[in-house]
Design a protein around this ligand. Structure first.
Ligand SMILES: CC(C)(COP(=O)(O)OP(=O)(O)OC[C@H]1O[C@@H](n2cnc3c(N)ncnc32)[C@H](O)[C@@H]1OP(=O)(O)O)[C@@H](O)C(=O)NCCC(=O)NCCS
Length: 180
């Protein structure tokens, strides 16, 4: 079988954000759009769960609607087909610094991140991640990453010079140079 090469025209990619309130509005104003979106997000959510060996999808429209502190950034291709997403959410966490001092912080976290398989390793994840950092006024070193996969770690090494984390007593990962 010959692997199909997909050319990416970054100018045609569109990024949208979805909050709990946005989903409520779409549901009220355009049920067809809501249903289409629900199907597409479910497909990606299931794919993400598979990649991460989770028993259930952690990203669905219902979950975003029920969690006002979460926000989903979705990236679409030319025909408005969904290529991937990043889910962020504010959380109160207890994080340890390099000296072992515990800090109680409310900070933005990366909760889920997926680029659908055939579009991976083409720079789309980086494009989306950069967009989210800019929109949310964040730096890669002042966020926490929920259960990062080896692929995400490689991604952070490649694009953000990640070398080492500070071990934590929860599922979150922070850069060694996290800004406490
Ligand atoms: C992690 C992910 C979101 C990155 O998106 P992407 O569009 O592939 O990333 P980019 O093209 O911008 O960057 C590519 C780099 O990411 C890392 N990467 C991406 N896919 C990888 C894979 N399957 N295995 C190992 N590293 C991978 C590599 O460092 C890669 O660089 P390389 O091509 O030189 O090896 C995407 O690969 C993905 O959805 N993976 C499956 C789900 C997942 O693990 N999500 C993280 C949840 S914690």
């Amino acid at each position: 079988m010959i692997k199909e090469e997909i050319e990416i025209d970054f100018n045609t990619l569109k990024i949208f954000s979805l909050t709990s309130q946005d989903i409520k509005n779409i549901k009220k104003e355009n049920i067809k759009r809501y249903n289409d979106l629900e199907i597409q997000i479910k497909k990606l959510g299931d794919e993400s769960a598979k990649w991460q060996k989770l028993r259930y999808a952690i990203t669905t429209l219902d979950i975003i609607e029920e969690n006002p502190e979460q926000k989903l950034y979705i990236i679409c291709g030319q025909n408005n087909d969904l290529i991937g997403y990043i889910k962020i959410g504010k959380k109160k966490l207890y994080l340890y610094d390099k000296d072992g001092v515990c800090h109680e912080l409310v900070l933005q976290t990366i909760l889920d991140f997926l680029i659908t398989t055939i579009y991976q390793k083409k720079g789309i994840g980086h494009h989306l991640f950069e967009y989210v950092l800019k929109k949310e006024n964040l730096k890669e070193t002042n966020i926490a990453y929920d259960r990062p996969s080896d692929r995400l770690i490689n991604f952070l090494k490649k694009h953000y010079n990640f070398t080492k984390d500070i071990p934590q007593y929860n599922n979150f990962m922070i850069f060694e140079n996290f800004n406490f």
